[in-house]
Design a protein around this ligand. Structure first.
Ligand code: CTP
Length: 426
């Protein structure tokens, strides 16, 4: 057990951590790898950032480390953290082992230095409460006061005390995220605490920024739809403004999200995955686009997408009926963005309708005439609605009839001539 975790690290990481740990020992402090970094090392999966914890004076240690590595120490006294930046742009964050008191549910915690064991006990789940010692004399020792290694082995997400989700309700979303991403199961008692906190409105006390920061990364993952369904079971719908629970239609929409993304050829895009999940929630009509936008503090791109999905769902209240010919289909959908097409795709079970939507998105969207619009301008036709209509007509005959560029140009010219003579008559 002693070196089981550190053995999993890459050789160059081991060298860096050994050096950092050696300096801590020289200064009489203890240095640890903790949190998600220790968890992912134990799971044998890569982790982006290291969670380094010092039992001792983190600012003094950071200055000494910056000296040794010819870097620069940035100290955040209030948070008891420090960052050592190296010339090559690499940075190394160090937090002081701490205890946290939450003055009120949902408020930011007050922090003060504490022994590492206490730092581990204040964390969210046992799997995130493991520390690996990095000092010269304790290198590789695993500190696991909460039974995190057993929970990693059995695949269990276990909170450490019954107030955990009241202290920080975003942990509800984190629990769902670990369960879905790692294929773990939330421990039954933890699940009870989650339900109690969700029912009691703990998530509604979290700021919209933090709620969005917790949920959106999960929706960008391919487990997003499952995570929302699980979240629904655990009572998160109200926090999203969706009433007591998502409707059956919304849940069915979530079931279909991954198929829809594949059908539209967008399965690999994280942003599209996230938008598709949010579109599914609109299907049930229990939540509005604006409610989701506000609750999750969506950025302008996502907000625009969701509003567009809502608008086009309302355009065809009894379901989208695709035109038979490609040019007309293009004409129906040409103003739809991804969210709108996705929402329409999710709103139906009809294979032909879905095929038409996918055809539009994959092949027809963004179609343009095959001639340069400059040719029309050269004939003296001004910019304006008539020109737009002429170009649309050109695209329509191109897609429906396979018209040549010259034919498209002729059709556009006819539209403009007609518009001109109509204007002259009035
Ligand atoms: N943590 C916590 N409560 C939270 C958030 C984080 O106790 N609401 C603790 C956990 O020990 C966690 C560590 O802080 O492991 C680091 O948090 P963070 O970097 O946000 O997440 P990771 O656990 O590293 O997970 P990931 O980055 O994979 O989502």
């Amino acid at each position: 057990m002693r070196t089981r975790l550190v053995e999993q690290l890459a050789a160059e990481d081991i060298d860096t951590l050994r050096e950092a740990g050696h300096l801590a020992t020289e200064l009489g402090a203890r240095l640890f790898l903790a949190g998600g970094a220790a968890r992912d090392v134990a799971l044998g999966i890569p982790h982006e950032d290291w969670d380094i914890v010092l039992e001792g004076d983190a600012p003094a240690y950071a200055r000494a480390l910056a000296d040794r590595w010819h870097g620069h120490a940035v100290i955040h006294e209030r948070f008891l953290t420090a960052t050592v930046r190296l010339e090559d742009g690499v940075s190394f964050d160090i937090a002081t082992a701490r205890r946290e008191a939450y003055p009120a549910a949902g408020a930011l915690p007050v922090v003060e230095p504490a022994p590492i064991e206490e730092d581990l006990w204040r964390r969210d789940f046992s799997i995130n409460a493991i520390a690996v010692a990095l000092g010269s004399d304790d290198w590789g020792d695993v500190l696991d006061p909460t039974g995190g290694m057993d929970d990693i082995d059995s695949g269990t997400v276990r909170a450490l005390h019954d107030r955990s989700f009241w202290d920080d309700a975003t942990r509800i979303i984190r629990a769902i995220g670990f369960e879905q991403r790692l294929g773990f199961a939330i421990d039954p008692e933890t699940e009870r605490w989650i339900r109690q906190a969700a029912e009691g409105g703990a998530l509604q006390r979290v700021s919209t920024e933090r709620l969005g920061e917790a949920i959106l990364p999960l929706l960008r993952n391919s487990v997003g739809p499952d995570a929302l369904q699980r979240g629904n079971e655990l009572g998160i719908a109200r926090a999203l403004g969706a009433g007591a629970a998502f409707t059956r239609r919304a849940l069915k929409g979530l079931d279909d999200v991954l198929d829809g993304l594949a059908a539209l050829g967008e399965a690999r895009s994280a942003e599209h995955r996230s938008l598709a999940c949010l579109c599914a929630l609109l299907l049930g009509h229990r939540v509005t686009a604006d409610a989701i936008i506000n609750r999750l503090h969506l950025d302008r791109f996502a907000a625009r997408g969701l509003r567009s999905a809502e608008r086009f769902l309302k355009t065809w209240p009894s379901g989208f009926e695709p035109a038979r010919r490609d040019g007309d289909l293009w004409g129906q959908l040409r103003e739809c963005d991804f969210s709108a097409v996705m929402a329409l795709w999710l709103s139906t079970d009809d294979a032909q309708v879905r095929e038409a939507l996918a055809r539009y998105w994959r092949r027809l969207r963004g179609s343009k005439p095959d001639f340069s619009t400059q040719r029309l301008a050269d004939l003296g036709y001004p910019q304006g609605p008539a020109l737009g209509q002429a170009l649309r007509e050109a695209v329509r005959v191109k897609l429906s009839d396979g018209a040549s560029a010259d034919r498209q140009f002729a059709v556009a010219g006819d539209v403009l001539k007609q518009a001109n003579s109509k204007q002259n008559r009035t």
